[in-house]
Every structure is written in structure tokens, then in C-alpha cells.
Ligand binder design. Structure first.
Ligand code: HH2
Length: 286
């Protein structure tokens, strides 16, 4: 059955967005799927492991990354996106781009969701989401990836991120995007210190209280590497799962992760615990 955003939300289960970076330089998986067949196989593995959404990107946004133009982003993603539309009809395909030209072509090829780390900064992004009636993730970032880690400062990081996201959501709605198509994301690692990222993780309930579905992208990020100190696992799987469990305990709806299977498990356990508190009679029994 073809995946739809409304269908995913109606399931009332924790949603896993698997990351598929078709880039030579992403911070943790750059260059891994240089070949289309490898990329498609990875997406199929993520689907088997319980992903609901696959997020396909042709531009790295790691700190210091240079911009990639629309033509090059499309060259990187088009054929894989087209193939996945046919092979994985049950999954929602999302495109990770700030550029409306890339987003529009991706929607034509079968993507059903936009993931915009610039929260609609480029003219035409909101209009596109409105016209095509697709969900759009609006993420908080300070500046641009090339400069964002140069001494980021906030007085109240949770309050400022929340206010920014609500303002972007309002602009999107004014441009015609349906409220139920807006997803907000605090943007872990985008113009934030370790302390800011940790504050945002504890502040998740304040973001959930906005009423918009919240997406968290903490997978393999450097804050986790810093916290883990000497105990390094290159993929930071356990560290990422800890953030996934925390996120779903606090009512987040989607996590964006590289390692789907362990995060699926963490998500399902956290969700079951949370649900047992809210509706003990419906708790999973053995
Ligand atoms: N993080 C990254 C990229 N896109 N999108 C959303 N909504 N939220 C995030 O936290 C987020 C994102 C960075 O991670 P990754 O894709 O693994 O690396 P790179 O940007 O280097 O490709």
C-alpha cells in the first residue's frame, strides 16, 4: 500500500526516518553509497529494519560544508529516488534539500515529504509544499552550515528555538501549507554547542507542547561523541538509541537516524512504556 503522511500519523506509532546520504562528504556516511545499487540496497535494509520514511539527500550539511547546487544535488539523487519509488511503495520518501528546484523534481519523481533544514528560507519552498500538499520539516539552524559553529550563543536556547520554529510555521501556514503538514525540528548540532544540544534534549517537552509533530535528528552527532568520551563506538549506536528513547518518552513523533534497527527497538520500547502510562489497559501483554 502506498505510504501517505496522514496514514503514518494515524498509525500512532513512533516513526523512524532512515538517512540515505548520496553525498561524497557527509559527516558519518559520506561516500558509502556512491553506487546506485548500494544506495538502493541500503534503503531496502532500512525498510526491512523498520523505517517508515527514507530521507534522501544530495548535499552534506555538516559544519563547514560547502553548498552544492541544484543540478549536482539532482544528479546525485534522481535515479535512486526513482528506483525507490517503485521498489518501496510502502515507505514515504523524503528529500533533504533547501532548494525548491530540487524539492519539486523530487516530488515529481515520487517523494512525498520535504525536509528543509533552512525552514523555508528559499523563496518558493512554502508555496511548493502548499501547492503539492506535502508535509515539510522545518528545522532550526543558526546561520549556514559553513559558519554555524562559530561561537553560537543563546540566552535561552529552548525558548529561542521554539519561538523561531513557531514563527516559521506561521509563515508556512500563511503561504498555504496545511497545519497538519508541518513538522518542527530543533536542529541538533546546527549552530549549537554541546550544552545547547543537551538543553534542547531536556527541553523536548516544550517543543512537543507546541502541538506540531516534532522530529529529532541526533544520530551519530558530535555532541554524543563528546559525551561518550573515551568509550567510543564509531557509529555511536548506543548513544543515538539513548536519544531516541528519550525523544519518544517525551512525545516526539519522528527520529532521523542512520542505524534503523537498534533505533526501531529503542523507539518501540520507549513508546510502549509511555503508552502504558497513558492507557494502561491498552498496554502490550505477553
Ligand atoms: N541533520 C543532518 C541533515 N539533515 N535534517 C533534519 N530535519 N534534522 C537534522 O537533524 C538533520 C537533517 C545532518 O546529518 P547527516 O545527514 O548524517 O549528515 P550530512 O549533513 O553531513 O549529510
Amino acid at each position: 500500500m502506498k505510504a501517505t503522511w496522514a496514514g503514518l500519523l494515524a498509525r500512532r506509532t513512533p516513526l523512524i526516518m532512515g538517512v540515505l546520504n548520496l553525498t561524497p562528504d557527509s559527516f558519518s556516511d559520506g561516500g558509502r553509497y556512491a553506487d546506485d545499487d548500494e544506495a538502493i540496497a541500503q534503503a531496502e535494509t532500512m525498510a526491512r529494519h523498520g523505517a517508515d520514511i527514507i530521507d534522501i539527500g544530495g548535499e552534506s550539511t555538516r559544519p563547514g560544508a560547502a553548498r552544492v547546487d541544484a543540478t549536482e544535488q539532482l544528479r546525485r539523487i534522481e535515479s535512486v529516488l526513482g528506483a525507490l519509488r517503485v521498489r518501496l511503495p510502502g515507505l514515504l520518501l523524503s528529500v533533504d534539500t533547501t532548494l525548491p528546484r530540487v524539492a519539486e523534481r523530487a516530488l515529481d519523481l515520487g517523494a512525498g515529504m520535504l525536509n528543509d533544514i533552512a525552514a523555508g528560507a528559499e523563496a518558493g519552498m512554502f508555496a511548493l509544499a502548499a501547492e503539492r500538499r506535502v508535509p515539510i520539516v522545518l528545522m532550526h539552524m543558526r546561520g549556514a552550515p559553513s559558519t554555524m559553529q562559530a561561537a553560537p550563543a543563546y540566552r535561552d536556547v529552548v525558548g529561542e528555538v521554539r519561538a523561531y520554529l513557531l514563527a516559521r510555521a506561521e509563515l508556512a501556514e500563511r503561504a498555504g501549507v496545511a497545519r497538519e503538514h508541518i513538522v518542527l525540528d530543533p536542529g541538533i548540532g546546527f549552530g549549537k554547542t554541546v550544552a545547547h544540544n543537551l538543553a534542547l534534549l531536556t527541553g523536548l517537552p516544550e517543543l512537543v507542547a507546541t502541538g506540531y509533530p516534532i522530529l529529532l535528528g541526533a544520530s551519530r552527532k558530535s555532541t554524543l561523541r563528546t559525551v561518550c568520551g573515551a568509550h567510543q563506538d564509531p557509529a555511536l549506536v548506543g548513544a543515538t538509541c539513548a536519544t531516541t528513547a528519550l525523544a519518544f518518552t517525551h512525545g516526539v513523533r519522528i527520529v532521523r537516524v542512520h542505524d534503523v534497527l537498534p533505533n526501531r527497538q529503542a523507539a518501540d520500547v520507549a513508546w510502549a512504556i509511555r503508552s502504558s502510562r497513558e492507557a494502561p489497559d491498552e498496554a502490550i501483554s505477553d
